[in-house]
Design a protein around this ligand. Structure first.
Ligand code: MIC
Ligand code: SF4
Length: 648
């Protein structure tokens, strides 16, 4: 028998068996979750749902509630939500990471991630912790609430894609360029249903934060997660964090098999750039060099480690940002901020004319620093979807921290190898570990009363699905619709994440601002989509809001993993056209009818009639038995409550 790859080892060591129906589930892995993380904009809903489950304390080894997204406090909403989250954490035994402590993925890597453990996070970039040899997966808030309540987590049994790294990176070519190269080759849907496992001599030369950059952007491939071995670099990183005791070595067996394989020669790589508006529109920086740049942003959970900031500062030191270019720096964590302050790097930035932000997501998600109309913005973050920066006409490009710094100095898109002579960077052997912005829960605080501002609305109750449905096609969309299209980000709308009725007023605002009104007037309906529907964020609001407005089914060519599960969790039927060409049979405004839903769910075959044109076509769901049960129950919350009440 062939040896195991690391992904199989991680899954097998956490596999849960004997859960009745789950045994017969079609192609699903069901695993025990050791750690969870939430962030504020998905966390409020996750904790409301956790509360509704009626469990008295989290059942995980460790759960952390981070506040890192909604930090711009221009009204009462965000501050109220922060208080709510802090109280819920104290009440249910969760560690609370206060606003200002940093971006969840970076802080989790620094302070909590442990090789060999599973982590489920209500944020699509949770796989960042795969850099430590964890099985770290992003999910909707409800799935994380269920994991906190002790339920196992299931996901489609993955194909394992081996990414073999050869050679070493040249100076000023970075980990970001490695993952941009993978995006160039595989595209934004190339990772769907897969876990990427990194192997090869090239891995050895990459530090944990560099691995974090690569694992982070596996999310842009649509991958379930990415995994690195736990080796000497992992040991050094954990020791530098004062957590050497958390280290264990982990690797694939030498004769391990993989479903697919790609090889990347690091020494042949050059600086790359993703052009607007997709992370896979990748070309070489030199192909677009010389184009004027209005804004550069170095930050986000992708590239805001000590190394990223130190290497950027080495380019900026003794120089100044160009007259027409704004440079914005967002340190990823308070640890990084303390260290760049100690080592004079912060002063280098300020002297060079950079604008310094607090440790948070910020510009990455359109919370501050929206670029000017039509601006060219170069960002070290991970997503450049249209409008995500807060300015619809902005042309956001994704680059390494090195390319952003070099371009800020020159004022035009610049290959950072021009600065290859700038002083080398050494990562310290010991990091500053100051956990004073973490609030650890007391043994028991169950009596604590939770502060709940007026922006926190009660959860809606969803009815089980009916046996037939007829409805208008409210929107007929193309390929790669992102969750930013379905429910936009930005400071104004994200402040409403704990208020479903209010946030639903912005559902599909990026495509048709009249959608909510039309949906309500039509008494709900059906959505049609193309390939990779719902890619991007884990926000379950992109499913809850349509459901709140009466959407009962989506029919698409394919789905992104997290969004498809969020649709199921919300009780929306996610159907797939049996034949690609049938997508043409559905237009906005048509009335569709779907009969015999109960039978369709068990046979996995639906006959759909377009009542407007008379055309008929078939579709399937491809869901597991467990997912079908959730649909029948009217969503995962209804199903879990029933299970808990029955004394699971
Ligand atoms: C994002 O990068 O899109 C976010 C904002 O972090 C989301 C989570 C959210 O929408 O709250 C994500 O990646 O899941
Ligand atoms: Fe925050 Fe951006 Fe990372 Fe999402 S991708 S967690 S918004 S920094």
């Amino acid at each position: 028998m062939a040896g195991k790859n690391l992904v199989q080892k991680l899954i097998d060591s956490h596999r849960v068996k004997g859960q009745g129906k789950e045994d017969g589930a079609r192609g699903e892995a069901l695993v025990r979750i050791d750690q969870t993380l939430t962030q504020d904009t998905t966390g409020t809903m996750a904790y409301l749902q956790f509360e509704a489950l009626g469990v008295d304390r989290v059942k995980t080894e460790l759960s952390v509630s981070y506040v890192d997204h909604n930090l711009l406090q221009v009204g009462f909403e965000n501050a109220d939500d922060h208080d709510f989250l802090q109280d819920m954490a104290a009440k249910y035994g969760i560690i609370f990471s206060r606003p200002g402590n940093g971006i969840c993925h970076q802080v989790h890597l620094e302070r909590f991630g442990i090789p060999g453990k599973t982590l489920l996070g209500s944020d699509s970039h949770t796989p960042t912790a795969g850099a430590l040899g964890m099985l770290a997966i992003g999910a909707g808030g409800l799935d994380v609430a269920l994991a906190m309540a002790g339920f196992p987590f299931s996901f489609p049994e993955p194909r394992v894609l081996r990414v073999e790294l050869k050679g070493r990176l040249s100076p000023m070519v970075s980990a970001k360029d490695i993952v941009l190269e993978i995006l160039r080759r595989l595209t934004v849907k190339g990772g769907v249903g897969k876990i990427l496992e990194y192997t090869g001599e090239g891995v050895l030369s990459l530090s944990v934060p560099q691995r974090g950059t690569i694992a982070n952007m596996g999310a842009e491939l649509g991958a379930t997660t990415s995994v690195f071995p736990s080796d000497e670099a992992t040991k050094r990183f954990l020791e530098a964090q004062g957590r050497g005791m958390d280290y264990i070595p982990l690797a694939a067996d030498p004769d391990a098999r993989y479903d697919e394989e790609i090889v990347i020669d690091l020494s042949a790589l050059e600086p790359l750039i993703a052009l607007p508006h997709m992370p896979d529109s990748v070309v070489a920086v030199r192909q677009v060099a010389g184009k004027p740049v209005d804004q550069c942003f170095i930050g986000s959970c992708t590239n805001s480690s000590y190394y990223d900031l130190a290497v950027s500062a080495s380019i900026l030191k003794g120089r100044h940002v160009a007259r027409n270019t704004s440079l914005v720096i967002g340190p990823g964590s308070r640890q990084t901020l303390l260290m760049i302050n100690r080592d004079g790097i912060l002063a280098d930035f300020v002297k060079a004319g950079a604008r310094i932000l607090e440790c948070a997501c910020g510009p990455c998600i359109g919370i501050g620093q929206a670029p000017r109309t039509g601006a060219v913005s170069l960002r070290s973050s991970n997503r450049n979807f249209e409008g995500r920066s807060g300015t619809k006409s902005a042309l956001v490009h994704l680059v390494s921290a090195e390319t952003a710094a070099a371009s800020a100095v020159r004022g035009v898109i610049t290959d950072p190898r021009e600065f290859a002579g700038s002083g080398g960077v050494r990562t310290p052997d010991r990091f500053v570990s100051d956990d004073s912005m973490l609030v650890f829960p007391k043994e028991r605080d169950a009596a604590l009363s939770v502060r709940r501002g007026p922006n926190i609305a009660p959860l809606p109750v969803f009815e089980p699905i009916a046996d037939s449905m007829e409805g208008e096609v409210l929107l007929a969309m193309g390929d790669n619709i992102t969750t930013d299209h379905i429910l936009p980000a930005g400071s104004k709308i994200m402040s409403l994440r704990s208020n479903l009725p209010e946030i639903s007023k912005y559902c599909f605002a990026a495509i048709d601002p009249d959608f909510p009104q039309r949906a309500l007037k039509a008494g709900g309906g059906i959505l049609a989509g193309g390939e990779n529907y719902g890619q991007g964020s884990s926000r379950e609001h992109a499913a809850l809001s349509p459901r709140f407005l009466g959407v009962k089914a989506v029919i698409a060519l394919s789905y992104a993993r997290i969004h498809r599960q969020n649709l199921v969790n919300s009780g929306i039927l996610p159907l797939v056209f049996d034949h690609r060409e049938d997508r043409e049979l559905v237009s906005q405004g048509d009335r569709l009818s779907i009969g015999n839903i109960g039978k369709g769910l068990s046979m996995d075959r639906f006959e759909i009639r377009n009542e407007t044109t008379g055309a008929t076509f078939t579709a399937h769901h491809g869901l597991s038995g467990r997912q079908v049960d959730l649909i029948l129950a009217g969503g995962a919350l209804n199903a879990a409550r029933r299970e808990l009440a029955a004394g699971r």
